[in-house]
Design a protein around this ligand. Structure first.
Ligand code: SPV
Ligand code: MN
Length: 625
């Protein structure tokens, strides 16, 4: 049997390629690759050993297959997805669970046996006429106890190209596996194509098989990165489930950044913000350094909570990136060097262009919908955008000027603070600190909400519940996930401080903080972590003192900071805060097995707010607390 196995692979991969796999001496791995090489039936199998020549082969294939096109700037390429496959396909995505097993309401689940059968039926013969790429990744820094080895099989060179840019290379890691059976596995096929994009979206499936015997994600009939890239959000579901089983680490939807304080001190923060709440722009803020912008593994090492960036690249939203608001990314996107653009516009000079890029619009171009011209309008007479709202760029953090010097440190960085960033127009103050770890997890992380679009200026958006900004990626019951977060610090000497930020407070429709203010909030957080400034205790957390912010506005932004502005921004808005507690209470009443501590923390917060209201009224300025 073993002989037959090797022969099939050897035939499709060729002797030289096969040797690269055989050299890893891992029967589990060979069995896996062989299984899908025979089930999906590609014409060819390419094993990537991460040598410069092999990495170059993938870049070249993406062009040769027509999956990417070269743009005028050397290193730049563009890829288009189907019009209906440009964002994560929640309705086609499911976590596979044993019969009768429940996750939380927001997480789609399917019975594992039936779902495995269904997706394997779709995968059968799916790579005929194609080449299957076998890519090894290391989720986390190389040579690190945090990291998880992974293998991706895909018939898309675009997927392979993204994986090698976004994640550290993993071939060498497979030579050092402690347990040869423990690695994450991903199988992807873009399916039949029409004009270069996936045709049968009705057969799009993204199934997360989190069972420890499998730890595999099957993804069919899609191309968009959030649906196709195994190492990114698919691995996240596997990691959350594995972390839950092991109980000693966490996988979070977080950026990691270094905030530079007095005397060359660097305090590291991680931050969880739902999409479009300022996550990447915070990690990229002027004057500070970036470790990562999307996914983090956390673990206590020698009594200290430390964190690594799971990735080495960024798959970022390109809309609105311009030289004023995001100068570092803008420069990376407009200079020579490896960039994959997706779903942007190709202008007549064969350059990438996108909505909000701050440059005069070209008269015409080509985008995912075909010919685009400046005068093109939609049914309502509105100008058609150059690029899709979820158009993205793929770059490597190593090309960014603000990369933190410890970005690839196998030991990670020590976590000084964790930030939860919501979007609300009328409830929370711009920045506050939790009383302690539990208070932060229960009242800032587990209660995170974000407002969707504002239909009319001044009107409150619709609030969506997004605990830890991770609701889309949970693969375990929400209650368990909260408990994992609560207990992660039990062996930490000094748990990180927890903060909540809100960049979106409004008055009469207008924002009452500005984009740059977050630079001040970050510096204040650094001072709090180091115990260098005092704060005012409010019912929901500690808020900054006016004099400290006044100094920081001056030092950081060279700006005045008026007392009136402070008083308005940091007013405790009791009716809205009580409404939020009620909303969240109702949500958790329906969450099976929700932690009792959560209800207790909400009750206590409610009581503190009511007491303050008795003393000082509905809206309480910091001076009146
Ligand atoms: C997000 O939506 O949170 C992303 C992009 O980071 S995706 O890979 O689609 O998840
Ligand atoms: Mn993300």
């Amino acid at each position: 049997m073993a002989m037959a196995t090797e022969n099939i692979l050897e035939r499709t991969a060729g002797k030289k390629n096969y040797q690269k796999l055989a050299a890893l001496k891992n029967q589990e791995l060979i069995k896996f690759v062989e299984k899908y090489a025979s089930h999906c039936n590609p014409d060819k199998v390419f094993i990537c050993d991460d040598s410069p020549a092999d990495l170059q082969y993938l870049r070249k294939k993406a062009i040769q297959n027509g999956e990417e096109k070269k743009l005028a700037t050397p290193g730049h390429t563009i890829h288009f997805d189907s019009e209906k496959d440009q964002a994560r396909a929640k309705g086609d995505t499911a976590v596979l669970v044993p019969a009768g097993f429940q996750l939380s309401e927001a997480i789609r689940t399917l019975e594992c046996e039936a779902a495995r059968e269904e997706v394997h039926e779709i995968l059968k013969g799916m790579m005929e006429g194609r080449e299957m790429f076998v890519i090894f990744g290391c989720l986390g820094p190389n040579n690190s106890r945090f990291s998880i080895p992974a293998v991706q099989l895909s018939d898309s060179a675009y997927v392979a190209h993204n994986e090698i840019m976004l994640f550290r290379q993993g071939y060498q890691e497979f030579k050092k596996l402690k347990d040869p059976k423990r690695f994450f596995k991903f199988v992807h096929s873009q399916g039949e194509l029409e004009n270069g994009v996936t045709k049968s979206l009705d057969k799009r499936r993204i199934y997360m098989d989190v069972d420890p015997q499998y730890e595999t994600v099957y993804s069919t009939n899609n191309q968009y990165g959030g649906n196709s890239l195994g190492f990114k959000k698919h691995a996240m579901r596997l990691a959350i489930a594995r972390a839950n089983r092991e109980g000693s680490w966490l996988c979070e939807h977080m950026f990691i950044m270094g905030v530079h304080g007095p005397k060359s001190r660097i305090t590291y923060f991680s931050g969880a913000y739902p999409s479009a709440c300022g996550k990447t722009s915070t990690a990229m803020v002027k004057g500070e350094t970036i470790v990562g912008d999307d996914i983090a593994y956390l673990r206590v090492v020698d009594g200290e909570l430390r964190v690594v960036n799971v990735e080495k690249g960024m798959f970022g939203i390109i809309g609105g990136v311009n030289s004023k608001d995001d100068p570092v990314i803008f420069e990376a996107l407009t200079s020579q060097g490896e960039v994959i653009f997706s779903n942007v516009l190709i202008d007549p000079d064969n350059q990438a262009r996108w909505g909000g890029d701050g440059r005069p619009m070209p008269p015409k171009g080509l985008n995912y919908a075909g010919e685009w011209t400046l005068d093109k309008v939609d049914a309502e007479g509105k100008q058609k955008p150059m690029s899709h709202p979820n158009a993205r760029y793929t770059i490597q953090i190593s090309t960014l000027k603000n990369r933190d010097s410890k970005a690839d440190d196998p030991a990670g960085v020590p976590l000084g603070g964790v930030i939860y960033g919501g979007r609300d127009s009328d409830t929370s103050v711009p920045v506050q600190q939790a009383f302690d770890w539990s208070h932060g997890i229960l009242t800032m992380a587990a209660t995170l909400e974000s407002e969707t679009t504002f239909a009319t200026i001044g009107k409150t958006g619709e609030r969506t519940f997004n605990p830890m900004s991770n609701i889309d990626f949970l693969s375990i019951p929400l209650a368990e996930y909260i408990r994992d977060d609560l207990k992660i610090v039990k062996n930490a000497r000094k748990p990180p401080a927890i903060f909540a930020v809100n960049y979106f407070l409004r008055k009469e429709g207008k924002f009452i903080t500005s984009m740059d203010d977050k630079r001040v909030w970050l510096k204040w957080m650094d001072l709090r972590v180091s115990g260098e400034v005092d704060a005012i205790k409010t019912p929901t957390g500690f808020i900054p003192k006016y004099d400290d912010l006044k100094n920081l506005f001056n030092q950081v932004l060279g700006a005045e900071y008026a007392k009136d502005k402070y008083s308005e921004q940091f007013t405790i808005r009791i009716p809205q805060l009580l409404d939020k507690i009620q909303r969240i209470y109702e949500v958790y009443k329906k969450v099976p097995n929700a932690p009792k501590e959560l209800f207790k923390a909400l009750e206590e917060q409610r009581r503190r707010l009511e007491e303050l209201r008795e003393r000082s009224g509905d809206y309480v300025r910091p001076d009146d607390i």
